[in-house]
Design a protein around this ligand. Structure first.
Ligand code: NAI
Length: 328
């Protein structure tokens, strides 16, 4: 099997080279992302391996199919960037549903603690021998109410972490799991009762821009928002206005709705063209990381081993229903 691996980074190659050795698979790493302009690079390959910001729309899928690509191996959990309807009956799609939910939940808490206790500011100040504490006041996490949107693999670990801080945990999920130690409420209650709202849900048509002007209006004054799920869950303009009006006290963003052109690349020598992102980055109570919540050694290892295993099972015809992504 020949695999065209798009959006390759050096940290990906370590695990993929290790797990593919001796399997008969050959991997060609392309630094570029898969999209309509680059899809022809997959000509002659049996599989493409893609990540969160590769574009796998109907045009790309049809071109892949015409070129003989039989399988799309997502090396991530989310699959909102793949047109599954277009893949139906043509190309099989597999993903890594869980590689390290701990990595993501821990990053969400790291962002929250950083913004609350102003660690990002303190770090810069002390580097400059400025030991003033003005403007660094945070709040106790203990006793605060967190509202978790999505109590799947990541959301439930985040809930456990929050319990460790002595927080009250509210939750909302399409499919509540009543065995969890959280109080399920409806969305208006989640939005109106939470001091902190954390999004841990896949992006789909039911939750696109779920954080919008109307839902922000329901929230507590000074609410903190944490998003490590997908940028499309937040209407960025409404978020910016909410922060400007001080309705939103802080935002922790590992994902951003237009991240595709920017994240995972070094743009430090360029003029920022995205005015919304530039505005967010200019705000002291906003922290942005570049979709890195997954980035731990354990997660990278698990991503590589599961992706290679998905491809081996595809070749051998072994059932792999847990990791196959189907339309609907
Ligand atoms: P999961 O599939 O285990 O859990 C998702 C939960 O959301 C489920 O309980 C499901 O019932 C619920 N849900 C789905 N649609 C919903 C809706 N419209 N309204 C209410 N609840 C809904 O997923 P997991 O592993 O917890 O991951 C969540 C998301 O986190 C992923 O889909 C992905 O977008 C994001 N993610 C981000 C990473 C990063 O590096 N920033 C890394 C990995 C995942």
């Amino acid at each position: 099997m020949r695999i065209a691996f798009f959006d390759a980074k050096s940290y990906d190659m370590v695990g993929f080279n290790r797990y593919s050795e001796g399997t008969g698979m050959t991997i060609k790493y392309f630094e570029t992302r898969l999209n309509e302009d680059t899809v022809s690079m997959a000509d002659g390959y049996d599989a493409v391996c893609v990540f969160v910001n590769d574009t796998v729309n109907a045009t790309v899928v049809n071109k892949l199919y015409e070129m003989g690509v039989k399988v799309i191996a997502l090396r991530c959990a989310g699959f909102n960037n793949v047109d599954l309807k277009a893949c139906e009956g043509k190309i099989r799609v597999f993903r890594v549903p869980a590689y390290s939910p701990h990595a993501v939940a821990e990053h969400a808490m790291a962002l929250l603690l950083t913004i609350n206790r102003r660690i990002h500011k303190a770090y810069n100040r002390t580097k400059d021998f400025n030991f003033s504490l003005d403007g660094l006041t945070g709040f106790d996490m203990y006793g605060k109410t967190v509202g978790i949107f999505g109590t799947g693999k990541i959301g439930r670990i985040f809930a456990d972490i929050c319990h460790g801080f002595g927080m009250n945990v509210l939750a909302y999920d399409m499919y509540p799991d009543h065995s969890l130690n959280v109080k399920y409420v409806d969305l208006p209650e989640l939005f109106s009762q939470s001091d902190i709202i954390a999004l841990h849900c896949p992006l789909n048509k039911d939750n696109y821009h779920i954080i919008n002007r109307e839902t922000i209006a329901m929230m507590k004054e000074g609410v903190y928002i944490v998003n490590t799920s997908r940028g499309g869950m937040i209407d960025t303009e409404a978020l910016i206005d909410g922060i400007k009006s001080k309705k939103i006290g802080a935002a922790c963003l590992d994902v951003y709705e237009d991240e595709g052109d920017m994240f995972y690349t070094d743009n430090s020598g360029h003029i920022m063209q995205d005015d919304k992102l530039a505005r967010l980055l200019s705000m002291p109570n906003v922290i942005v990381t570049s979709h890195q919540a997954f980035l731990t050694e354990e997660a990278l290892d698990s991503i590589a081993s599961t992706t290679i295993d998905n491809l081996q099972k595809f070749v051998s015809g072994e059932p792999n229903t847990q990791n196959e992504v189907l339309n609907g």
